[in-house]
Design a protein around this ligand. Sequence first.
Ligand SMILES: Nc1ncnc2c1ncn2[C@@H]1O[C@H](COP(=O)(O)OP(=O)(O)OP(=O)(O)O)[C@@H](O)[C@H]1O
Length: 307
Amino acid sequence: MGTAVEVSGLRKQYGATLAVADVSFRVDEGEIFGLLGPNGSGKTTTVECVQGLRRADDGRISVFGLDPGRDTSRVRRIVGTQLQDSALPDRLRVAEALRLFSAISPGGPPWRQLLDEWGLATQRNTAFGDLSGGQQQRLFVALALVADPKLVVLDEMTTGLDPAARRVAWDLVDAVRARGTTVLLVTHFMDEAQRLCDRLAVVVRGTVIARGTAAELISSQLHDHVVHFTVPPSTDVTFLSRVRGVSGVDAEGGAVRVHGSGPLLARVAHALVERGLEPDDLTVETPTLEDAYLALTTAGTGAEGGP
Ligand SMILES: Nc1ncnc2c1ncn2[C@@H]1O[C@H](COP(=O)(O)OP(=O)(O)OP(=O)(O)O)[C@@H](O)[C@H]1O
């Protein structure tokens, strides 16, 4: 598997604002790679540099072996870019936009197919300015795919989409990847990142502070799982604190929460059954990417109080 994108030591300043301080990551060919991070952390600037839309102040970027700063037009031909708001004339109709874009960059899937896939067939004659926000968003993604790019960059692709449209968009991103296209995704939605991305980088204040699969990010931050269940009030559950892996037991009334690591559910279940306790609501809460993200991005910011 080759490398699609390699960014190393990227730095970009706007006047006095240091938007990207030091960003490095590698995207393998055929993977969906996500950039996560708080508002203003430099994600959009980073992907704009990757697409050759902005010139980096320092660092190296390679997109399928090309330098977006020097080989800009070649990079633009192999990268599908999702347009931003108000990028199209209000009076341009949906079908016209797709037809126009595919005439400019031939070689991709038939534009009528994209119209159907992205759920825009009934809006084909609607002017861009009359589309809802979610429909505009879908059109932008469809337009990013007309030239059958080797890499597609999706920046907050599902912002403004309703829950059903988001799921359709996720399936389509899977389908795009299944065709062999590499996807670089900027998102604020943790469920989206967890569902779609093979690997992720978390960017805070222009610097990558963590990277890996969602599972790796979660286990690097949060080792504790919580098992909870209810038992008749005043049942003695203190024996659970001696179970291997358990770090704490809270019991309030009959509601019990057992904190710990390792195969906690199995061990707690075993210990309970041995004591003749068989709660029928035994469940385990496993940490999510959102928990890990919050742990990562809020670490060390308390004293400064900044975002
Ligand atoms: N064209 C510009 N001129 C001046 N400053 C800019 C420009 N674009 C971005 N910035 C600043 O650079 C910093 C990084 O912005 P950027 O849009 O890259 O972050 P982001 O992580 O994509 O944010 P968000 O999640 O809010 O979209 C911010 O402080 C922003 O105000």
